[in-house]
Design a protein around this ligand. Structure first.
Ligand SMILES: [Zn+2]
Length: 120
């Protein structure tokens, strides 16, 4: 053999070969949605099966990963809540002190008014 291709001639059997590649694009195409596009919220928690499932894409999520993301997302709110509770406790103590001082001031005022009434 010389190694070169021999020119192909069309035979009668070539006309009977069915072409597998369609010439036109199909009109109906299925486009799969990428799971990466989904934020997986809202999610459904099933305590009985111990599963977390995205209600949008239906994917079962890793419960530990969901928990970590929730903690990271809500951590600033927890910090603010803790600060607000501490401030509330401090204001409650201040209110007790203010009420005590008001009671004492009223008592002093009544004593002064009684003494004033006695002298005039
Ligand atoms: Zn999802």
């Amino acid at each position: 053999m010389s190694g070169g291709e021999t020119p192909r001639t069309e035979s009668a059997s070539d006309n009977k070969v069915v072409r597998l590649v369609p010439e036109k694009k199909p009109k109906l195409r299925v486009k799969r949605r990428s799971y990466d596009d989904c934020e997986h919220l809202p999610a459904e928690l099933d305590p009985r099966l111990r599963t977390v499932r995205c209600l949008k894409c239906g994917l079962f999520l890793d419960p530990m990963q969901v928990l970590i993301e929730l903690v990271n997302k809500h951590h600033p709110y927890w910090v603010n809540l803790q600060r607000a509770e501490n401030e509330f406790k401090r204001l409650q103590k201040d209110l007790v002190e203010v009420r005590r001082e008001l009671r004492n001031a009223k008592a002093r005022l009544r004593r002064v008014q009684r003494k004033g009434g006695q002298t005039s």
